[in-house]
Write a new protein. Structure first.
Length: 422
């Protein structure tokens, strides 16, 4: 068992973060938030894929004006996923000018390195404390009883803080390396901002922290140090993980180390989609990281062998893929109808070497004929051989067996309310 780091409980709408609650997977839209229809649909798709929090960009008056409409559209679609507003330079003005936006969001994401900062000069505007952008955003969050994520980012770190800490470091007898000082500045920015938020009236258990960087070892080092200095709930993720396998590998390498050490309460996998790619992929990767580590279960898992000279046919690969797709497509329905189906395991094996053994260890398993083997496929259910499939319809028959197993094995929920996009 992994011992989780003790942290504050933070409620984001209906979702609980920290205090031993299950790790939460979140995601972010890449639509123009001013397009309420497209944004609501993408939020719905992300929620259907399993995202438990969805962040949307709120960067212009046009975007802020649509947030409440997006929330209303989602409610009418039967989707109650909490929305998180991502604010930067002008968040204080948008929250003030659009109170419906401030109310509709379940959480505000604030980057202390650029809140209220002038894009051209990089400086914070001078003025009275009540005109301070950070103060305005925190006071607004407190007034509407919204939690905040104070999200410090390597690429937009407050340079005044960095210069100050670099100067202090240079006067040491044994100065630290510049990268180490920058990591310390990330942590200092997060903790100082959180302390300031509490002084402004934000409750201790309404604050989530993150310190995002783009390199694996830096992320691990920052969060290990941060956990020793606070008990805030922590959001994990590389800020720019990358595209395709690189993004998946980098995110897994970093998060797996931290999660194994019990660090983290919510995660996001910041994958760069390929042109025309599906945004929901980042949700699936996040879920699979947690599920393969045994931290949570989201959907039935398919075990399949990689193939070798014994499995020259691609049939087992096609069957494994079709079963995995079928399970994912059915999960929104099964999740509403049955309890515990996300823990189911399915094995699709390509020959008799490891096939029967792996099939027996899964809830349902099939061992397909390899090269030169008799054209038969034994099926195992709960560790026992149940039948042997033959012929041209093995894939369809096995899918039917899986569906029947789910309906028979798992307890039906008392209330069935299958979510529809119509």
């Amino acid at each position: 068992m992994i011992k989780r780091r003790p942290s504050q409980r933070v409620m984001v709408g209906k979702v609980m973060l920290g205090d031993g609650a299950p790790l939460v997977v979140q995601s972010m839209t890449n639509t123009d938030t001013a397009d309420a229809g497209a944004t609501a649909q993408q939020v719905f798709d992300l929620a259907q894929a399993g995202s438990e929090l969805v962040r949307i960009t709120v960067n212009t008056p046009e975007a802020a004006a649509q947030v409440a409409i997006i929330r209303s559209k989602l409610d009418s679609m039967g989707c109650d996923v909490p929305l998180v507003g991502d604010f930067h330079y002008n968040g204080h003005r948008l929250l003030t000018d659009y109170p419906d936006c401030a109310q509709a969001l379940a959480k505000y994401r604030i980057n202390p390195g650029n809140v209220g900062r002038n894009r051209q000069s990089g400086k914070h505007p001078a003025g009275r404390p009540e005109d301070d952008p950070f103060s305005i955003m925190i006071e607004t969050a407190a007034r509407y009883d919204k939690p905040v994520r104070i999200g410090v980012n390597w690429g937009s770190l407050d340079q005044n803080l960095v210069v100050r800490m670099m100067d202090e470091n240079s006067r040491l007898a044994e100065p630290r390396e510049a990268k180490e000082v920058t990591r310390a500045a990330l942590i200092a920015s997060a903790l100082e901002s959180a302390a300031r938020a509490e002084q402004l009236g934000m409750a201790h258990n309404r604050i989530v922290l993150s310190c995002k960087v783009s390199e694996v070892q830096d992320l691990i080092a920052v969060y290990r140090a941060l956990t020793l200095q606070c008990d805030y709930a922590l959001h994990l993720g590389l800020t720019e993980a990358g595209m395709g396998s690189k993004g998946i590998v980098a995110s897994t390498a970093a998060l797996a180390v931290l999660l194994q050490e019990g660090i983290g309460d919510t995660i996001r996998i910041s994958l760069t989609p390929e042109p025309g790619g599906d945004r929901t992929r980042e949700v699936l990767v996040g879920q699979e990281i947690l599920q393969t580590m045994g931290l949570r279960a989201f959907a039935p898992m398919v075990t399949a062998c990689p193939g070798c000279g014994r499995t020259t046919s691609s049939f087992f690969q096609e069957l494994a893929q079709s079963i995995q797709i079928h399970l994912r497509e059915q999960m929104p329905v099964w999740r509403e109808r049955y309890e515990g189906v996300e823990n189911m395991t399915v094995a699709v094996m390509g020959c008799v070497v490891n096939g029967p053994g792996e099939s027996k260890m899964a809830n349902i398993g099939i061992s397909l004929p390899g090269t030169g083997e008799s054209p038969s496929a034994p099926v195992y259910i709960d560790g026992e051989k149940a039948m042997t499939l033959r012929g041209d319809n093995i894939a369809q028959e096995f899918t039917r067996i899986v569906d029947e197993y789910v309906a028979r094995k798992y307890v039906k929920r008392e209330k069935q309310s299958v979510v529809s996009s119509e």
